[in-house]
Design a protein around this ligand. Structure first.
Ligand SMILES: N[C@@H](CCC(=O)N[C@@H](CS)C(=O)NCC(=O)O)C(=O)O
Length: 198
């Protein structure tokens, strides 16, 4: 059976959504990152970078959320076009999430919560987060889902993007992002994934 190592964070949500969408049997190992469980020797065998999520599929380890989503998409033949322009677009939006949204939103979240307030850092990451919301808003004014059809880029993005209030993004500036959040959030698999708890 698939072994998923995850936690209740936006990155941890991604493979939970995909596994629930696919209806695959999987066992969940909750890695309590607040208590440092990601540094345990056994977990480092699964992800040498000491971060969740990670997956083991019949002895094959897969770490990094984007790699996990691609692995499961290729295994199932679902949620990622097989070739051509549609696949290129889907991978573009997936990597936009893992290389852009994830790190930048994560940094803003960190500096907003830090005990020492660093205005320069907050301004730098807030500007970038606002810019990224602008890119999403433009894209989602053209298509219902990031890659056109619902797929792994949406699953990767919904966790962080739903935190727009935390980041102080004015709601009126992102009507299409909000409509997309509503569309994705209504999916039963997304609701099941969000309800998963240790
Ligand atoms: N690029 C990684 C990022 C994973 C990541 O940042 N995971 C966080 C939780 S959301 C984590 O494990 N943090 C624990 C730590 O940094 O010690 C991915 O997409 O899988």
């Amino acid at each position: 059976m698939l072994q998923l190592y995850t936690w209740t964070t936006p990155n941890g949500l991604k493979p939970l959504i995909m596994l629930e969408e696919l209806g695959l049997a999987y066992e969940t190992h909750w890695v309590h990152i607040g208590q440092g469980a990601q540094h345990a020797a056994a977990f480092l065998q699964v992800n040498p970078n000491a971060k969740i999520p990670a997956l083991v599929d019949e002895g094959v380890r897969v770490f990094e959320s984007g790699a996990i989503l691609i692995h499961l998409a290729e295994k199932s033949g679902r949620y990622l076009p097989e070739s051509g322009a549609a696949r290129a677009e889907a991978l573009g939006w997936l990597f936009f999430q893992v290389g852009g949204i994830g790190p930048m939103f994560g940094q803003l979240n960190h500096f907003l919560r830090a005990s020492e307030q660093l205005p320069y850092a907050i301004e730098r990451y807030r500007n970038e987060v606002e810019r990224l919301y602008g890119v999403l808003e433009q894209r989602l004014s053209e298509v219902p889902y990031l890659a056109g059809e619902y797929g792994i880029a949406d699953m990767a993005s919904v966790g962080w993007v739903s935190l727009h209030q935390t980041f102080g993004i004015a709601e009126a500036t992102i009507p299409n992002v909000r409509a997309w959040l509503e569309r994705v959030g209504q999916r039963p698999a997304v609701q099941r994934a969000r309800a998963r708890r240790p």
